[in-house]
Design a protein around this ligand. Structure first.
Ligand code: ARG
Length: 401
């Protein structure tokens, strides 16, 4: 256990972070706790959350709207990277953590705190992301993590909170552990812990089931400039509105659900359900435009580095030298990613049906065509293949000797 005089606590309004407030003061001797909550488009009412921290004994309670930086500095870079952890999870939760950590550190500096705190438990990824991000941004700042150390069961935590006027969570609370923000939702625990059990419909909130999804397909068009999505169906939208619109469109057609077993940083496998309709749609579209506009070698190299970038972000290394270096590569590739992608949304699917780029397409018709306009030199292929295949020919001949 470490202690401090003045602490800024990352606050969500949940029982664990609420209990952290009296716990830090009573058990760890902290003089002043300042709660800090971030609006990341999770749709919660933030004023009640702000008040809740005061009622739990916080000396001050701050709420910041971080939606713009969340989208501009975290979601859009992830789209440009086509970031998918283990090939599937678009990092909707992971991307929020370095931003919260960044602001937490700023607030700590502003109010002259000597520590920050969070309510993460000891087996998740979020503790890693907070701790490492804070360490990278402010190596001198202490990080207090009461929920990781107090060893109380859920029931004990609730009972402890009640002693300090923190209301127990409303009666039949959800058996699931849910994290949400503008980019999507993650759902864990309860019956989902059995990897063979199908997720019940009740766990989903922003994607339609296949049954509910419209019978009629909907074709949409997404425009990108330098790798950033800028318009849907010809309407230019600011980044936040664009994500919201993508969520609505994809969600309505039941696209964006993920059910996977993923490898956590702390070494355990966990069963995760996600719904990230807009983010996944934009990544799919973006990948498609890159297939048209990036050269073969850039595309293939980027594919390898995308995986590395996604691992770094998942593992809490947003602020790290390798991530910075990869960003340099990623940014350079995106200069050429301009154009549009057409997608058909229907019953849980987002099928690419077209792509185009007036400035940057590397698809050359008179090379690609099988028709009469073909300008490809077929005879040149012969010499090329002779040289290309020479090592195989020589190897085979040597082996036969
Ligand atoms: N497994 C996901 C991730 O590591 C989701 C984590 C959800 N976090 C939470 N506190 N419920 O990014």
């Amino acid at each position: 256990m470490e202690s401090a005089k003045k602490v800024v606590l990352a606050y969500s309004g949940g029982v664990d972070t609420s209990v952290c407030i009296p716990y830090l003061k009573e058990e760890w001797g902290v003089d002043e706790v300042i709660a800090f909550a971030a609006d990341l488009g999770q749709g919660d009412e933030l004023e009640p959350i702000r008040k809740k921290a005061i009622e739990a004994g916080a000396n001050d309670s701050l709420v910041d709207d971080l939606i713009q930086p969340f989208v501009n500095d975290f979601a859009f870079p992830a789209i440009r990277v086509n970031a998918l952890y283990e090939g599937r999870y678009p990092l909707s939760t992971a991307l929020a953590r370095p931003l919260i950590a960044r602001r937490l550190v700023e607030v700590a500096r502003e109010v002259g705190a000597d520590a920050v705190a969070h309510g993460c438990t000891g087996k998740g990824n979020d503790q890693v992301r907070f701790d490492v991000a804070i360490a990278a941004l402010a190596p001198d700042l202490k990080v207090l993590t009461p929920a990781r150390e107090w060893g109380m069961s859920r029931e004990e935590t609730i009972a402890y909170g009640e002693r300090f006027g923190i209301p127990a969570p409303v009666s039949k609370k959800s058996p699931y552990s849910i994290d949400l923000n503008l980019l999507g939702r993650s759902i864990e625990a309860g019956l989902l812990e059995d990897p063979m059990v199908a997720p019940p419909e009740e766990v989903f909130a922003c994607t339609a089931s296949i049954a509910e999804a419209p019978d009629e397909a909907q074709d949409i068009e997404i425009r990108f400039e330098c790798g950033n999505p800028v318009a849907i169906n010809g309407d230019r939208l600011d980044p936040v509105m664009l994500i919201k619109q993508a969520n609505l469109l994809a969600g309505r057609h039941g696209f964006g659900r993920i059910d996977m077993i993923e490898n956590r940083v702390v070494g355990i496998k966990s069963r995760e359900i996600y719904e990230t309709p807009g983010l996944l749609l934009l990544i799919r579209a973006h990948q498609e435009l890159e297939s048209l506009t990036l050269s073969a070698e850039v595309l293939r190299t980027k594919l390898l580095l995308e995986q590395k970038w996604s691992e770094l972000v998942y593992q809490g290394l947003w602020f790290s030298p390798l991530k910075d270096a990869l960003d340099g590569f990623m940014d350079r590739t995106q200069i050429d990613v301009n154009g549009v992608v057409r997608i058909r949304l229907h019953k849980g699917n987002a099928t690419i049906i077209g792509r185009g780029s007036s400035q940057n397409s590397l698809y050359i018709s008179d090379m690609a065509t099988y028709g009469k306009d073909d300008n490809f030199d077929h005879m040149a292929a012969k010499g090329f293949i002779y040289v290309w295949g020479l090592p195989s020919r020589l190897w085979s001949a040597a082996r036969r000797r």
